[in-house]
Write a protein that binds this ligand. Structure first.
Ligand code: AMX
Length: 433
């Protein structure tokens, strides 16, 4: 057994009594109340999910296992010659809460390489899809296609509930190890005339992804940063919640993560990074060669709002400040591409959009989220096919949601089944005040 898996088991055994105590001794302690507006309004803010992998504070932003983004980047072992930690080190951290040593990180890398072979039928499935399929539909289909090899599903009847985490962990690890090659394959199949670049053994996930995409350094660091930043945002966002919900029926990781990806593909969620670039390209086209200014950006933002659309990359269901994932990427841009015209335009939007949204007065959070900044970096390194951007988000998101469903099974979390009410019942409660 690898150090990661044996430590994970130790952590699971340590954690189980905490959940047992809470459910046995404190089951009836009230932690929240539900209003009519929350019931109609997408269960916003109801405290009804539990995860220890990340926590999102509305003001402070995300903490992974208690560490904010700068702390996470500083604490984890870096790739040799790179500025950012390896995805392998981060996976160890997400699953266990411990910072791995270099030796432990190297073992994850070796373990991933033993799992990384993508079954050939996946490529056949992808090649058979219509050429104009969206890359997210392709990614989700590829993940679902691998369901037939799920260890969790094949051993379900012989596995005791206490051990479900083990086979879930195996599937989760296999998926994480294979996703970069699948994503790069989709990219090169769709946009590079099917000129596929084979993976290179020995490289960490970020470096191997950059290699398979055919993009030179420092894209390896971009990939590491990107996958880590997009990994987890606690449990209530659509992709995390969908994955958790489907897995709660004891569907395996392939069914569950495919469902999560389908949610990520929505324009209000992960597709917003594609929408941001689309907005910028449309704006530049309308400028017809003129310089972007605060005035014409402001006008374009109002035009978007007045046409009944959202400003992509702005607003958030939980956050009430600039997303620290936005800031982390902005810092990367300031260091590596400070004079890039697209970066400058994104900064101009950042200057103007919060004021426009505040003046419009609808959104609870006028500040940018992760998606407002992420496309600029990809564009700069030559990845201009922006309908691919959400796939990158998806590869990163796998880390968080798959760590979560492994822990879901470890802690025996039950089938999710919130209760519905009817409109008449709400009206009755409303009449009572
Ligand atoms: N542009 C215009 N209107 C916005 C807005 C934006 N960026 N953000 C919120 N609003 C509007 C909402 O549409 C809503 O209008 P309505 O009352 O007419 O329905 C009103 O403001 C109140 O919304 P809210 O409570 O502030 O936000 P929410 O929790 O309902 O939605 C989100 C959150 C992210 C869906 C929303 O801010 C949005 O649509 N943003 C643009 C899309 C985007 O960037 N999504 C990515 C989010 C991060 C991620 O998941 N990757």
């Amino acid at each position: 057994m690898t150090r990661l898996k044996s430590l994970l088991l130790e952590k699971i055994q340590e954690h189980r009594p905490r959940i047992q105590k809470l459910t046995k001794e404190f089951a009836d302690v009230v932690i929240d109340q539900v209003t009519i507006s929350q019931t109609i309004g997408g269960a916003r803010d109801i405290h009804s999910l539990v995860t220890d992998i990340s926590y999102l504070d509305p003001q402070e932003g995300i903490r992974f296992r208690g560490k904010n983004i700068p702390e996470t980047f500083a604490a984890l072992p870096k790739a040799a010659g790179g500025e950012y930690p390896t995805v392998e080190a981060f996976w160890f951290f997400l699953l266990t809460g411990d910072i791995p040593t270099q030796a432990e990180t190297d073992e994850v890398l070796a373990d991933f390489q033993s799992r990384a072979k993508v079954p050939p039928y996946v490529f056949e499935v992808l090649r058979a899809m219509p050429k104009d399929s969206h890359p997210m539909a392709m990614l989700s289909t590829a993940v679902l296609a691998m369901q037939k090899d799920s260890i969790f599903a094949s051993k379900y009847h012989e596995t005791k509930k206490n051990d479900y985490w083990d086979t879930m962990y195996e599937d989760a690890s296999n998926l994480v190890a294979r996703l970069p090659e699948i994503a790069a394959f989709i990219y090169r199949l769709k946009y590079k005339n099917g000129d596929i670049i084979a993976p290179k053994p020995g490289l960490d996930m970020g470096a191997n992804f950059a290699h398979m995409m055919g993009i030179a350094k420092p894209y390896d660091d971009v990939a590491r940063m990107y996958f880590i930043l997009h990994s987890d945002h606690e449990s209530g966002n659509v992709s995390a919640h969908a994955t958790h919900l489907v897995a709660s029926a004891l569907s395996d990781a392939f069914y569950s993560f495919s469902a999560g990806l389908n949610g990520l593909a929505g324009p209000l969620h992960g597709l917003a990074n594609q929408e941001v670039l689309d907005w910028i390209m449309g704006f530049q086209k309308k400028l017809n060669g003129a310089e972007p200014t605060e005035e014409n950006v402001k006008q374009a933002l109002w035009d978007t709002l007045n046409s009944g659309h959202v400003i992509p990359g702005y607003g958030h269901a939980v956050l009430r400040r600039t997303d620290p994932r936005y800031t982390a990427q902005m810092e990367f841009c300031l260091k590596h591409l400070p004079n890039d015209p697209l970066f400058k335009l994104v900064n101009t939007i950042y200057k103007v959009a919060p004021g426009v949204l505040t003046e419009q007065g609808k959104t609870k959070n006028p500040w940018p989220n992760v998606d407002a900044q992420s496309g600029v970096i990809q564009w700069y390194y030559g990845l201009k096919e922006y309908d691919f951007y959400t796939v990158l988000f998806g590869v990163g998101r796998a880390l968080g949601v798959l760590a979560n469903i492994t822990w879901d099974r470890a802690l025996g979390y039950p089938l999710e089944r919130p209760k519905s009410v009817t409109t008449a019942m709400l009206e009755e409660w409303a009449a009572k005040g």
